[in-house]
Design a protein around this ligand. Structure first.
Ligand SMILES: Nc1ncnc2c1ncn2[C@@H]1O[C@H](COP(=O)(O)OP(=O)(O)OP(=O)(O)O)[C@@H](O)[C@H]1O
Ligand SMILES: [Mg+2]
Length: 454
């Protein structure tokens, strides 16, 4: 019999080759290639086929997780027999969130199991005591993949959380836990158990420095949903996003606050983050769209004179390239000179903005800081800034305007062509210069109060 080919796979990027390299040709990491022995191939067995018409499609009801923000991100609850991957940086609160959910699921009469490989049962008990309401959750402290799968097949809980997938190991693979081969094998085997035994399985995965789920990207292809749990260590707020969802829309967003008693959902983040003080210089409110959810977010900017040859442009929660572009457009097309000033931009609550619809508010916050004139009270801005200084209509403007109206916003400034059906005043502007003219209050004459009000 031919000798099984030995493969070497990179633990960072998943690159695989027939020989070992000191430096991974895929991602240039050093010493990251590990040996991967393929499991013995079994003799394949043919299976009978079905016609789609004969498939019984009783759309089984979703399992409410008991955490409304989590349900929203999942698209309305946990789908039975699905496989969900939850990624997040260390300490962001993955275990806390999932233990809370398991507690609620168990309390509703379903069976909820926590497989803990990272923490001892006593450590989980400590967290459970802090969170409360988790008495009925079953627990298994195990890292051996075979044992976990066998237990799942026998017990068949409704929902099972594996904390974390990187701690599981299959003995026959021979590589270390957390290596590409192990993680892939664990996910593949759990996927099979999830589908066959009808166990909705949630895998906790660690993320690398770049924010991707550690181990192979292939994990993301295997699972039904990929959720990212993000948050600034220095802020109490955490954001849960779906980056892939086979049963619902992606880019949904759930906002939580970390408190002593666990994670508390923030059902209306716009109320919390979407407010500026009247007359405050360097602050603007953006209406961004996260998935299907419009969000009002305060953007703060500081413009400070500098002697540096290359002034700093520092953005927290905004893409640095986008920030540099907005600063350049402001200087070139809107008459806001920033060539000898440092520019700092911050998004309220430690949230991150990815979409270009927030450009206009970022630009207005910077213009306000540079000119020392506040943005008009109760004004919300959204729209994409183009390189020519012209504004482009942001996607789904009607949705955004509805959210503004719901929160009692008086007026919005948006690019020309934005359609509105809501009752709030819409100031349509064509260029960034015009937007700054419309949105900013008149600058107080020199010598008057530092904080000019209307
Ligand atoms: N008593 C407490 N009061 C407030 N917050 C707490 C308390 N205890 C823990 N936390 C918060 O919980 C976080 C840890 O949560 P958790 O263990 O769920 O994170 P995790 O994502 O599972 O981490 P890991 O990747 O290490 O498993 C801490 O960073 C801290 O912010
Ligand atoms: Mg944990």
């Amino acid at each position: 019999m031919a000798k099984a080919a030995v493969q070497f796979a990179c633990t960072e990027c998943g690159y695989s080759a027939g020989r070992w390299f000191g430096k991974c040709p895929g991602c240039n990491a050093f010493g990251s290639l590990v040996e991967e022995r393929p499991p013995d191939p079994k003799r394949p067995q043919a299976k009978p086929l079905l016609r789609l018409v004969d498939v019984s499609a009783e759309e089984s009801a979703r399992i409410p997780s008991g955490v409304p923000e989590l349900d929203r991100v999942l698209g309305g609850g946990i789908v039975p027999a699905s496989l969900v991957l939850v990624g997040g940086e260390p300490g962001v609160g993955k275990s806390t969130l999932l233990l809370t959910a398991l507690g609620a699921i168990a309390a509703s009469g379903r069976r909820a199991l926590l497989v803990t490989g990272e923490e001892s049962t006593a450590q989980v008990k400590l967290r459970a005591a802090r969170l409360g309401g988790t008495d009925q959750v079953e627990i298994l402290a195990e890292t051996e993949l075979e044992t976990v799968c066998a237990t799942l097949e026998r017990e068949r809980p409704d929902v099972c959380v594996i904390d974390s997938v990187q701690t599981l190991y299959a003995q026959e693979l021979g590589s270390a836990p957390g290596s590409v081969g192990q993680v892939r094998e664990a996910a593949a085997r759990l996927l099979r158990v999830a589908k066959e035994a009808g166990v909705a399985t949630i895998l906790v995965g660690h993320v690398t420095k770049d924010g991707a789920v550690a181990g192979p990207r292939v994990l993301e292809h295997l699972v039904d949903c990929v959720l990212q749990f993000e948050g600034d260590r220095y802020h109490a707020h955490r954001v849960l996003r779906a980056t892939k969802n086979r049963f619902g829309s992606t880019n949904e967003l759930g906002v939580f606050e970390m408190t002593g008693a666990g994670l508390v959902g923030v059902p209306d983040p716009s109320e919390l983050f979407g407010k500026t003080l009247p007359g405050e210089i360097g602050a603007a409110v953006a209406c961004t769209l996260e998935g299907t959810r419009p969000l009002l977010l305060e953007i703060q900017a500081l413009v400070a004179p500098t002697d540096l040859a290359m002034p700093r442009r520092v953005g927290t929660g905004v893409d640095p390239k986008r920030l540099a572009m907005i600063v350049a457009v402001l200087s070139r097309h809107a008459g806001v000179a920033l060539g000898s000033a440092d520019v700092f931009v911050n998004v309220a609550g430690g949230l991150r903005i990815d979409e270009p619809g927030a450009d206009l508010a970022i630009a207005l916050a910077i213009a306000s800081a540079a000119r020392g004139a506040p943005v008009r009270d109760g004004l919300v801005a959204f729209g994409e800034v183009g390189l020519t200084g012209r504004l482009r209509v942001a996607a789904q403007s009607e949705r955004r305007l509805e959210e503004c109206a719901k929160l009692g916003v008086a007026a919005a400034v948006a690019p020309k062509g934005t359609r509105s059906r809501s009752s709030l005043v819409l100031r349509e502007v064509e260029t960034l210069r015009e937007a700054a003219g419309t949105a900013l209050e008149r600058v107080a004459p020199a010598g008057s109060s530092q904080n000019p009000r209307k």
